[in-house]
Design a protein around this ligand. Structure first.
Ligand code: ADP
Ligand code: GLC
Length: 484
């Protein structure tokens, strides 16, 4: 049995702000349990819902030197769907209404604490990881501490580490002096070949330098991040480590996202009967959101964090033009004020055509995946993207920009060969996007049989974890080697 410990800042079903939580919550369930025991370690944020907190049991606690203080570290545990979870508890560190405060300094303190506490807790777990799998900048210090600070204890001597990049844009960058102070790491670590980057300290970079292997969440993104445009200043390092860098595309949880048994939708359906049943969900959603109740109108959905990553500048630019067409647009998301206001404005201007839902809602997200005809995701960059996979699974045709995981998972429609699962465009250009949406409208309205065949192909595509989990297993096997 090989033991893997995921250390991450969010994970379904405990806490979620985006796709990282979906991956952390679903991948461990899907590995081969005969050979791998994957457990997950998360912060015990005070904002975790009470019913999930009620599932946690106190295990033990200790005190740890951190940032000139002696800090309390509680360990709690829980088991959900056959996966064992550990939680690091310290109410001062993990307070607040959200996992990330948005204040970089505060977040660096929080996750430096988490990274050190996570490793310090391992000897008390009755679980000896052969490999630590870290996710994003929040856990970038783990490989650093592991290699440089924990080697005196034989338990850690052979432990391997993997760093997975879910989003290179966020790196945990701050002034070197402060970060030295917070982490207790000496000046030796803050040079350009280690944690320093453009004169700042950079936590993700630490992880990328010290981890035994690096992965990211699609093949295309693995290539893109070696170029200046997508590399966010780390393309040089990623090129240098390209031998240790691989792309493994994400899957989604096929039990949680299953139109045939989704509790949130009024009319469950399958690949066999979507032609008759799916439309009932559309009618119900039109009613619920106060849109014109016309089931013939093409409905386009968006479920997303509202940030510039997701291409909302393109949408803002052509929204007036798009709203002249026979379409309805349903948006669910929260994030940057500028995009929240933009969608609210168009909701006000085109009330019965546009519905802007500026909130976070699991239920409404499922209804949108199930009810819409098309799903729009014109991202500027997209490491993988899970929303388009959810859309495919629900027979909702994705319209995407060809970048990162969107390129790898949505096959463009080819009307001559009758192939493809969605629509895509290449350049980050608003009118190229609009032309692609209009092409989709044309197929939807004029060639419904072709449209439905595209749904058949999309629903038949397999984006469960099945294939990708085995790629992670191969990598774990390769890094850990044979166990005595
Ligand atoms: P990212 O991780 O960059 O946000 P992904 O497409 O990988 O993008 O994952 C986004 C996940 O978050 C999906 O599960 C999506 O349904 C969910 N999501 C995003 N915004 C909301 C929202 N406002 N309400 C409910 N779920 C949301
Ligand atoms: C990030 C990326 C998204 C990816 C998710 C899970 O949030 O923005 O593309 O799907 O992580 O890996």
């Amino acid at each position: 049995m090989k033991n893997i410990l995921f250390i991450a800042s969010e994970g379904v079903p405990f806490i979620k702000t985006g796709g990282l939580a979906d991956v952390v919550g679903s991948l461990p369930k899907c590995v081969d349990k005969k050979f791998f025991d994957i457990r997950v370690m998360l912060p015990k944020y005070t904002c975790i819902s009470q019913d999930m907190k009620d599932k946690m049991k106190y295990k033990t606690h200790f005190y740890m030197d951190f940032h000139w203080n002696n800090e309390y570290v509680g360990i709690l545990e829980s088991e959900v769907d056959g996966v064992h979870y550990y939680f690091i508890d310290n109410e001062m560190m993990f307070g607040g209404f959200r996992p990330y405060s948005g204040n970089v300094y505060d977040d660096i303190v929080k996750f430096a604490f988490f990274s050190k506490a996570a490793l310090s807790a391992i000897p008390m777990l009755d679980f000896e990881p052969d490999l630590i799998h870290c996710h994003d900048w929040q856990t970038g210090l783990v490989p650093v501490y592991l290699k440089e600070r924990f080697q005196d204890n034989p338990l850690f001597a052979k432990m391997k580490s993997v760093m997975t990049i879910h989003n290179l844009k966020f790196q945990g960058r701050w002034d070197v002096k402060d970060v030295r102070d917070i982490t207790g790491l000496s000046g030796y670590f803050f040079t350009p070949d280690k944690l320093e980057s453009y004169r700042d300290a950079n936590l993700l970079k630490g992880g990328l330098v010290y981890a035994d292997a690096i992965t990211t969440v699609s093949d295309t993104y693995a290539e893109e991040i070696k170029t200046p445009f997508y590399g966010e200043g780390l393309d040089g390092l990623l090129k240098a480590r390209s031998g240790d860098l691989r792309g493994i595309v994400n899957g989604i949880d096929y039990d949680e996202y299953d139109p045939s048994k989704d509790q949130y939708i009024v009319a469950p359906y399958s690949a066999k009967n979507f032609r008759k049943e799916k439309i009932k969900n559309k009618k119900a959603l039109q009613k619920e959101l106060g849109l014109e109740e016309d089931d013939k109108t093409m409905m386009i959905g968006i479920v997303s964090r509202l940030t510039d990553q997701k291409g909302f500048d393109l949408i803002a630019y052509v929204m007036d033009e798009l709203c002249q067409d026979a379409v309805q647009i349903v948006v669910l998301g929260t994030g940057d004020e500028q995009y929240e206001n933009m969608f609210k404005h168009f909701d006000w201007k085109y009330g019965n055509k546009v519905s802007a839902n500026i909130s976070y809602s699991e239920a409404l997200s499922h209804k949108i995946y199930a009810s819409c005809d098309a799903f729009l995701m014109p991202s500027m960059f997209e490491p993988c993207g899970l929303s388009q996979l959810m859309a495919l699974r629900y027979g909702t045709v994705p319209i995407v920009r060809e970048t990162g995981g969107l390129k790898d998972t949505v096959e463009p429609y080819n009307e001559f060969e009758s192939s493809g699962t969605g629509f895509s465009f290449k350049n980050y250009n608003a009118h190229e996007m609009l032309a692609t949406i209009r092409y989709a409208e044309k197929i939807y309205y004029d060639k419904r049989r072709e449209w439905n065949k595209m749904i058949d192909r999309g629903m038949a595509a397999d984006f469960s974890w099945h294939v990708s989990a085995s790629k992670y297993q191969d990598m774990y096997d390769w890094l850990i080697g044979d166990k005595a």
